[in-house]
Design a protein around this ligand. Structure first.
Ligand SMILES: [Zn+2]
Length: 96
């Protein structure tokens, strides 16, 4: 993974956390483009950048249609974030 950088602020549609940074996986210093995939660092939701670079939750159908290596990389990242966050207090949820 390459270095991280500041992005346009957007909120995770699942946990509501303001996300203002990203780390490219494949291309160093690549800013996100519409259609790029992401994983929320706080709740591990699988996300996609919209045309205006806000974020939407990836649907199960979209996840199923991804190339196997891309789907596996996303799911590995999601599992890693959940593992790392397991002992941390939850952020961004009104019931936390
Ligand atoms: Zn989230």
């Amino acid at each position: 993974m390459s270095g991280s950088f500041t992005t346009r602020k957007a909120h995770c549609p699942t946990c509501g956390t303001e996300l203002s940074g990203a780390s490219p996986v494949e291309v160093r210093d690549a800013l996100p483009d519409p259609g790029d995939l992401s994983v929320c660092l706080y709740c591990a939701e699988l996300l996609e950048f919209n045309m205006d670079l806000t974020l939407s939750v990836l649907s199960a159908n979209t996840i199923a249609a991804l190339p196997a290596d891309t789907r596996q990389a996303l799911l590995r990242t999601q599992h890693f974030i959940r593992f790392v966050n397991a002992d941390k207090p939850r952020r961004g949820r009104p019931d936390s």
